[in-house]
Design a protein around this ligand. Structure first.
Ligand SMILES: Nc1ncnc2c1ncn2[C@@H]1O[C@H](COP(=O)(O)OP(=O)(O)OP(=O)(O)O)[C@@H](O)[C@H]1O
Length: 335
């Protein structure tokens, strides 16, 4: 295991911002720390880098305790939300700064900077002033600077959250590609589940200073440990059901979930777990909002109110009758 964190606790005065955190990151793996604002993500990341003193616990690299290793000797690269570039230096000088700090001979700087700019999709930007970059370009330069000394662990704290939505999506895809191609070991902090799922192999969900669940992206998404994790991962309503022979029977209809053992189950429903259809449970639309790819509905059923989706062409409005069918794609099995 490359990074192991055990029992990591950080107090601010008497307040425990992180409690007994346990994490493992294997060589070449990307782990996302996912959690709502104030859950302790940045504190945990900073404690791993050595920037934040721990109350107790240990951080090890390849089995060696880093307690006495200062921040700049840990071999970690850092990227923050606002890249924190040096405004009075050009792009090449910003990237070369990391090389100088790590004793790379000057004769190698030019070729390394060129290669890094190519890697982050900014070929030919060497002489550009950093004040003349867009937000997305500046974050790419920050990434290149962090990668320059070839860190053994890359730590990214909300690296994309300062960017607008379209750019964030594109840069997340580019970054995912870069991390995979370069087989970089990385820890990413984000409050955005899509970002976490695009970039990471595994996620650890943090809430109120505690890691609530950790696992492969797909398994956490499909099988959240409890209602809180499910809600954080998009579930807006819940329904009890009984699984028999791969079919789950609920008050909202039946749905095929073939991998489930027979017996009672609790399902977390994301809005697209309920789709407007010709058949299914009957209700009345109480709100309809146009989203990019679908209509998002709030529907009053006999005993509850649920979120649902319909195709944009459905032209449903408040007061319209609607029928909803369960779609396994939007369903999480809780617990
Ligand atoms: N220097 C500090 N002194 C006191 N309390 C702090 C300090 N830094 C953070 N906190 C508190 O610790 C908790 C965790 O903060 P942290 O910044 O780690 O959360 P986060 O999950 O990264 O949040 P965000 O996504 O909003 O950045 C919060 O309640 C915060 O108010």
């Amino acid at each position: 295991m490359a990074l192991t964190v055990r029992g990591l606790t950080v107090h601010y005065g008497s307040f425990a911002a992180v409690r007994e955190a346990r994490l493992d990151i294997a060589d070449g793996e990307v782990l996302a720390l996912l959690g709502p604002s104030g859950s302790g993500k940045s504190t945990l990341l900073r404690a791993i880098t050595g920037l934040e003193p721990m109350t107790s616990g240990e951080v090890c690299w390849d089995g060696t305790d880093l307690a006495t290793v200062p921040v700049h000797r840990r071999g970690f690269g850092l990227v923050f939300q606002d890249g924190q570039l040096f405004p009075h230096r050009d792009v090449a000088a910003n990237i070369a700064f990391g090389l100088r700090m790590h004793g790379v001979p000057k004769a190698q700087h030019r070729a390394r900077v060129e290669r890094l700019l190519d890697l982050v999709g900014l070929k030919g930007f060497e002489r550009r002033r950093v004040t003349e970059l867009s937000g997305g370009q500046a974050q790419r330069v920050a990434l290149a600077r962090a990668l320059a000394p070839e860190p053994r662990l890359l730590l990214l704290d909300e690296p994309l959250s300062g960017l607008d939505a379209g750019l964030r999506e594109q840069l997340a895809i580019d970054l995912a590609d870069l991390l995979r191609r370069s087989k970089i070991t990385a820890l990413l902090v984000t409050h955005d589940q899509e970002e976490a799922f695009t970039l990471a192999d595994r996620v650890a969900v943090l809430d109120a200073g505690e890691i609530r669940q950790e696992g492969a992206v797909r398994s956490v998404w499909r099988n959240p440990a409890d209602d809180e994790v499910a809600k954080f991962l998009g579930a807006t309503s819940f329904v009890e059901g009984v699984s028999a022979g791969g079919i789950v029977h609920t008050d909202l209809g039946e749905v095929a979930l073939p991998d489930l053992a027979d017996g009672p189950v609790r399902l977390g429903l994301r809005p697209h777990a309920l789709r407007a259809d010709r058949t299914g449970v009957s209700g009345e639309v109480t709100a309809a909002v146009h989203r990019r790819e679908h209509l998002r509905l709030v529907v009053k059923l006999e005993k509850s109110t649920v979120d649902a989706v319909a195709p944009v062409t459905a032209d449903l409005r408040a007061g319209d009758p609607v029928r909803l069918e369960l779609d396994p794609d939007g369903i999480a099995v809780v617990g």
